[in-house]
Design a protein around this ligand. Sequence first.
Ligand code: HEC
Length: 130
Amino acid sequence: MKIYPLLLAATLISGCNASNVPNASRPDTGRISEGLLLAEKSQCTSCHDLDTKVIGPSWNDVSSRYNEMIRSGRESRKDVEEMLEKKIAMGGKGNWVSATGGMSMPPSYPKVSRENIRKLVEYILSLKPN
Ligand code: HEC
């Protein structure tokens, strides 16, 4: 008897998700909406958007830049991930001056856990603009 309402709730929730996916034409929508949710919860989205500069650079631009560095062999994926994790945790500036006019990103750690920062970096690098 207890299982029925749970099942109903699960059906309703998954039904909701399907219609609320930000861009249903993207292939990896489950992961994308999960990443976006975490970004919203972590208050990244007050300064970042996927395809528009807000206060910080658009995450599509961030993903393009670093995926290109990894593809060309200029940086290893591990080094890129570590650099971005550290930057998000501690804050910083200087890499996106032409987009931001030199604004700094404030530190997100410990408000956002190391584990969630790692997930956010993975999510951002998984974005495939174009
Ligand atoms: C108050 C505004 C603000 C918030 C909140 C913010 N950022 Fe940023 N972010 C910036 C700015 C400004 C830059 C550009 C820094 C630079 O020029 O190096 C940036 C840069 C970045 C970069 C690129 C770093 C680089 O060196 O290339 C990533 C990735 C990033 N932010 C992710 C996040 C994530 C994830 C969160 C949430 C946990 C977050 N940001 C929260 C403003 C913000």
